[in-house]
Ligand binder design. Structure first.
Ligand code: URA
Length: 239
């Protein structure tokens, strides 16, 4: 027997926390009865579990590479009515959800899937998956500051772990620079806070790569399915 929220997360319905919300909202039925108590034990092999009256067992795994524009929230629902990443993948029937998050003001590569297991591993810093960002920042950072971004910088939630950082363009006329940053963690607003910490706040931020996956031809606001060999490769990397 397993806890209901764990079974939902493992089936790729939603993250563990979002699964708890689904239960509390009365959207989950076990053998025909609505269950709102967190921690209810179920047998995934024999109990019939429905979310919004749809069986959790039926979904095949779907892996999407989305090019999120700015002005879209990385959430499946926004009480304030802003556009969400769910709106970007409306044509997909499966309940995919985002792997990690990009800020409202950040654009770029976001993976979405209903494979909870792979999503958890992708988001976990211990796998050291590269996340590569391009940022235009205010002012022209010194080499020493850029080195700090790479080696580690003290933020309010601790030191950042080592990554890579380089200046791509210096635009003296507009007093700004473009930097590329590779990190392996996914703390809240991490890149923005790192750039702020060296005194060069981010003006625009885009994620251009996650692991071996790049945005290639995917237009802003569009998405594509991962190819079977890409999924296979991801699973191998995340073993
Ligand atoms: N770091 C940030 O500051 N914002 C993002 O959206 C992603 C990484």
């Amino acid at each position: 027997m397993e806890r209901l929220q764990k079974v939902l997360a493992q089936a790729g319905v939603a993250s563990r926390r979002s699964s708890e919300e689904l239960i509390k909202q009365g959207r989950v039925k076990v053998n025909g009865a609505i269950v709102t108590e967190l921690g209810t034990k179920v047998d995934p092999a024999s109990d019939i579990i429905l979310v919004d009256n749809k069986s959790i067992a039926q979904e095949k795994h779907v892996y999407l590479l989305v090019n999120k524009p700015t002005g879209v929230i990385t959430s499946m629902h926004d009480p304030q009515g802003r556009k969400t990443v769910r709106d970007l993948v409306k044509s997909i029937n499966e309940r995919v959800y985002p792997v990690g998050r990009l800020d409202y003001d950040t654009s770029g590569l976001l993976l979405m899937t209903n494979d909870g297991d792979l999503a958890n591993r992708l988001a976990h810093p211990s796998y050291e998956i590269d996340k590569v960002y391009r940022a235009w920042v205010k002012g022209i950072p010194s080499k020493a500051s850029v080195n700090l971004l790479a080696t580690g910088i003290e933020l309010e939630d601790g030191m950042t772990s080592p990554g890579e950082a380089e200046i791509l363009f210096i635009d003296k006329a507009h007093n700004r620079a473009q930097i590329q940053l590779t990190i392996h963690e996914g703390r809240n607003r991490q890149v923005r806070r790192m750039c702020e910490a060296i005194g060069h706040p981010v003006v625009t931020l885009e994620r251009i790569r996650v692991g071996f996956l790049t945005l290639d031809e995917v237009r802003s606001g569009g998405f594509r399915h991962l190819k079977p060999q890409e999924v296979k490769h991801l699973k191998k990397v995340l073993k």
